[in-house]
Write a protein that binds this ligand. Sequence first.
Ligand code: AP5
Ligand code: MG
Length: 199
Amino acid sequence: MLIVFIGPPGAGKGTQSKRLLQYLNIPHLSTGEMLRHAKRERSAVGQMVAECIDAGRLVPDSLVIGLVSEKLEEPAYSHGCLLDGFPRTVAQARAFDEFLGKSGRQLDVAIELAADEEILVQRMLKRAKVEGRDDDTPETIHERMRVFRSETSPVLQYYRQRGVLASIDALGSPDEVFGRIQAVVDARQQSSCSRGATG
Ligand code: AP5
Ligand code: MG
């Protein structure tokens, strides 16, 4: 299965990815993790990525699209994948569709993890005390939320129009949220099996 997780900062994309990967036995592709790795490189690109992440802004589309396409061409990703945090702009979603079309693949479902911002801010401030992620400061969290509303939420509409969006409530315990994701994924698997059986 090819699945995309879309949700505001702190919605649980990373937390739920771990569970879904185990359930489906597919690889994970988190652009946030890839970019945090690139940030540590002492190069001009690393420096530019660091400036974007630390300010809570998006890294330029061309760079992210290049990184993701390169990864998806690896054999390990050819039978499915869970994308966490990509696509994050409509331009990324269009480029991703083009890439999938050329490689004869298609997106099974885009899962929106929806939640009240105030609660998510509290989650990230709590995480800041434990993990100390550089972009978990109050100012950067505020900017990441603003960027989500302005640049990423149009991607939800993009996938809704294509009939592949499933929205789930990301509040509740991690187990409860996973139960909702599992129900969406199971339903998609069943419908693609019955399509395969009839056609
Ligand atoms: P990215 O790493 O993707 O960060 P994000 O979207 O801001 O989201 P987080 O990773 O903070 O949250 P999450 O949804 O994964 O939640 P988590 O499970 O950790 O991106 C970082 C930056 O990279 C971007 O700002 C941008 O600069 C750049 N970037 C990344 N992708 C890009 C792209 N495609 N294009 C351009 N730039 C890009 O949970 C959060 C906390 O809540 C944790 O402590 C967790 O334990 C807790 N928690 C989770 N679920 C629950 C629950 N149900 N109840 C209580 N607590 C919970
Ligand atoms: Mg994450």
